[in-house]
Ligand binder design. Structure first.
Ligand SMILES: Cc1cc2nc3c(=O)[nH]c(=O)nc-3n(C[C@H](O)[C@H](O)[C@H](O)COP(=O)(O)OP(=O)(O)OC[C@H]3O[C@@H](n4cnc5c(N)ncnc54)[C@H](O)[C@@H]3O)c2cc1C
Length: 386
């Protein structure tokens, strides 16, 4: 068979296979609860597949954890392998979504992440992580500290015992990203409604038939709970266990400034980034913050802390400080999947949601619309907590 004829025949065969699934997707009413980055991405990918999507959001898009996120898009030091793999593919997913949304709706900063250390213990720990990730095919490397000022010309790193560079990583303004995905979904016909609070569900024959809200009830063929820290209460009556733990995090933000950072800069005790709009964001660590209070004084001290490494911050006023509660599963790993007892109810709750959102949106849309199970998600099912 000639190549063109073969391709045409293959395409026809594929089309006839795809057609019933496409029709089924188009007639499916899927209600997504929550318009953070996870709900926004799921809604976009469901709408792309032709589903009739309604997003219900209690406050406004990104108002939960998402707008308080640092939004480092990374797979570095993520393990074991399936979790690393999800995050690596999450980074690739952002490039895809950026292209699909086009016309500059989704400005991402790609330039990598430079980390430097002033003690040998941290250098040894990071060297191990770099070796592990390189063996998995992640372009991570230890670098000569002399390269740090070349990669970050506006940074004064101080004493360095070692440094690492992950050049495929990046960042995004989390609210801009969630809104861009929602707009993408709306262009494909999705409805985004807020403020609307979901209060519960009506069931018939072990299936959700309606979503009850403070504004009335909405018909649903399937529902996806992407309500961040509110997911456990919504999911429990549907046979879904979402075990989360408390993990607050503080970040200081400036107003937009001239660009001084073209990549993420992580020094001892200060992580700093600059959003594509020029606003600078900094926090002291990626762990939970003890004794949290989001006062102006704490915000100003976070800025002064970062100014040690970024002299351009001198005299720059604090715009705002955010206190975000990570959507942190009890074991740290995503909770994604359908209920065994109410099969048309699905949940997606996770930390690192900024990195994971494009991939999770794509895979959840496949599982919800095609009734399949994606291998990569098998490690992360809600049943592990039941
Ligand atoms: C300080 C901090 C730093 C972080 N840094 C990173 C990072 O560098 N990289 C990374 O990948 N991730 C990071 N994260 C994690 C990431 O931000 C989260 O995983 C992600 O934002 C979770 O998104 P979500 O959509 O699941 O939840 P949310 O953003 O909380 O969205 C849930 C939405 O559901 C709505 N909702 C709740 N209840 C209802 C209801 N009954 N009816 C209707 N709507 C409802 C809420 O209003 C909310 O808007 C960080 C988080 C924090 C706090």
């Amino acid at each position: 068979m000639q190549r063109r004829t073969f391709l045409a025949a293959s395409a026809a065969a594929l089309y006839s296979l795809a057609l019933p699934a496409a029709r089924a997707a188009e007639s499916r009413k899927v209600v997504v609860i929550g318009a953070g980055i996870i709900g926004a991405s799921i809604a976009y990918h469901l709408a792309k597949r032709g589903a009739s999507v309604t997003v219900l959001e209690k406050i406004r898009p990104a108002a939960g954890t998402t707008e308080k996120s640092f939004a480092w898009l990374n797979a570095f030091s993520k393990k074991p392998h399936p979790y690393y793999e999800m995050n690596h593919r999450g980074i690739a997913g952002w490039h895809r979504v950026q292209q699909e949304l086009s016309d500059g709706m989704l400005p991402l900063q790609w330039g990598g992440c430079v980390q430097w250390f002033d003690d040998d213990q941290s250098v040894a720990r990071v060297r191990d992580a770099v070796r592990q990730h390189e063996s998995w095919g992640y372009p991570s490397q230890m670098i000569d500290p002399a390269r740090v000022p070349r990669l970050l010309p506006d940074v004064t790193p101080g004493t360095m015992r070692g440094a690492a560079f992950n050049d495929i990583e990046g960042t995004v303004n989390p609210s801009v990203a969630a809104n861009a995905l929602l707009q993408g979904a709306q262009r494909l016909g999705a409805q985004v409604e807020f403020p609307v609070e979901v209060e519960g569900f009506e069931l018939s024959k072990s299936r959700v038939t309606k979503v009850r809200t403070n504004g009335g009830a909405i018909d649903a063929d399937s529902i996806v709970i992407a309500a961040g820290n509110a997911s456990p209460e919504l999911a429990r009556p549907l046979g879904l266990t979402v075990a989360l733990k408390n993990s607050p995090g503080l970040l200081a933000h400036t107003a937009p400034r001239p660009i001084v950072l073209e990549r993420l800069a992580f020094g001892p005790g200060a992580n700093i980034k600059q959003n594509p709009d020029g606003s600078i964001v900094t926090g002291a660590s990626f762990g939970g913050t003890p004794g949290v209070e989001a006062t102006r004084e704490i915000g100003e001290s976070l800025l002064r802390n970062a100014q040690r490494y970024l002299p351009a911050l001198a005299g720059v006023p604090l715009d705002n400080i955010t206190l975000g509660y990570r959507v942190m599963p009890a074991d740290g790993y995503p909770i994604i999947g359908a209920s065994k007892t109410v099969p048309n109810a699905y949940v997606a709750a996770m930390h690192s949601g900024m990195t994971l959102a494009p991939l999770v949106g794509e895979l959840v849309a496949m599982e919800v619309l095609d009734g399949i199970r994606v291998d990569l998600l098998e490690t992360f099912r809600p049943d592990r907590f039941a």
